[in-house]
Design a protein around this ligand. Structure first.
Ligand code: NAP
Ligand code: G4F
Length: 342
């Protein structure tokens, strides 16, 4: 009898999709990844770097394609990671964000139901700390937990809140095993350069190598609870191995400003004062900002045995080292040695 478990991952070309595919493969799963578009430019990279992933065509806004993907793979576990995930972009494209990030979740849940897999297939929904909004009135001193009030501050946060509630509704209405991970910011070497951490480490590497002079950013005062993506995808997997479908916060339990991130990232290449290199541009500011996010992961630690391994300093260090090596390689340059970096 073949006992290999099968997983279907939407958002396979994104940061978390890549980390999760590696983890599932190491755990012995047959991994299927949903890929969209007539010619997705990330297809070749997935085929090269994750050759064990079976790619299957589909778009979260096209319910038929999702039914077909679920029907043809009959997965034991579905990880719904696909989304328009950039908060700033969601202000510019709110309708698309609602369709993909909100209604797309419904399309995934309906596909599992329509294919007769509601009783057997477990679903992970990628919920987010952006649903909390960071406002004074709903901000607990010890950090947001699973019981905290929601007040999303962007079209992305609002769409994610729909996804979160429709997932809970299907869990309660149809008894489906659906767990929602309320994840705080997690980053790493696969993070898109449109997000602030990778934008910074990418620029720091290029400035150090003489490839770039300045870095344009928006507001520098917001604070985020940042962790390493590799640690967080393990939490996703643990949620679906748990006996009960539920909601879990994954967070580091620390919050740091973008200025603190800049301090550490520039210090990694021996630059103590980053101010001459950073230019603020209103283009990167948002109509409404989430000022501070801090999560309380104690439920996941207690009930799932989840622990993060990479701390804030380790995360910044890892990302800068990766980008230095990558940028040096791409441009035919030597990676600066430890003496010139410290
Ligand atoms: P990401 O790197 O932006 O990846 C998003 C993925 O969604 C990409 O693979 C993208 O595919 C896919 N996608 C977008 N529109 C689609 C559509 N219409 N149909 C099918 N696929 C589509 O995001 P991430 O950082 O890995 O995050 C994974 C999930 O966790 C997202 O749902 C995000 O909102 C949520 N989340 C992330 C964080 C975080 O800090 N990273 C925190 C909390 C929650 P293409 O390659 O085709 O664009
Ligand atoms: O890196 P960000 O774009 O991440 P943000 O908005 O916190 O969202 C990320 O984390 C969420 C979880 O809390 C996820 F749900 C979501 O999918 C995504 O992964 O921005 C972080 C902060 C913001 O305050 C932003 O205004 O950095 C500020 N910022 C300042 N300058 C910038 C920039 N953000 C970006 N992306 N680019 C800038 O130039």
């Amino acid at each position: 009898m073949n006992t290999t478990r099968t997983a279907l991952v939407t958002g396979i070309t994104g940061q978390d999709g890549r980390h999760l595919a590696e983890l599932l493969h190491a755990e012995g799963y047959a991994v299927h990844g949903l890929i969209r578009g007539q010619h997705n430019p990330r297809r070749e990279a997935i085929a090269r770097e994750l050759p064990y992933v079976e790619l299957i065509e589909g778009d979260l806004t096209d319910p038929t394609s999702i039914v077909r993907a679920v029907e043809s793979t009959r997965p034991d576990e579905v990880y719904n990671l696909a989304a328009i995930s950039h908060v700033g972009y969601s202000f510019k494209n709110p309708t698309l964000t609602a369709d993909v990030t909100g209604k797309g979740v419904l399309n995934v849940l309906e596909a599992v139901r329509l294919t007769g897999l509601a009783e057997t297939t477990k679903v992970y929904q990628a919920s987010t700390s952006e649903m909390f909004g960071g406002l004074d009135y709903n901000r607990p001193g010890s950090g947001y937990n699973e019981e905290s009030l929601f007040h999303p501050r962007s079209p992305y946060g609002v769409a994610k809140l729909y996804g979160h509630w429709i997932a809970k509704n299907y869990r309660e209405s149809y008894g489906m095993f659906i767990s929602c991970g309320i994840l705080f910011n997690h980053e790493g070497e696969h993070r898109g350069v449109e997000f602030v951490t990778r934008k910074i480490t990418h620029a720091v590497a290029r400035i150090k190598l003489g490839l770039q002079e300045t870095l344009e950013l928006g507001d520098l005062w917001p604070k985020r609870d940042w962790g390493y993506a590799g640690d967080y995808v393990r939490g996703m997997w643990l949620m679906l191995q748990h006996g009960i479908a539920d909601d879990f916060v994954l967070a580091s339990g620390e919050t740091h400003s973008i200025e603190e991130f800049l301090d550490l990232a520039f210090a990694e290449v021996g630059i103590e004062d980053w101010k001459p290199y950073v230019v603020q541009n209103p283009k990167f500011m948002r109509p409404a900002e989430v000022d501070i996010l801090l999560g309380d992961p104690s439920k996941a630690e207690r009930e799932l045995g989840w622990r993060r391994e990479v701390d804030f300093h380790g995360l910044v260090s890892r990302m800068v080292a990766h980008d230095l090596a990558e940028q040096a390689g791409l441009n035919g340059l030597e990676v600066p040695n430890a003496a010139s970096v410290s």
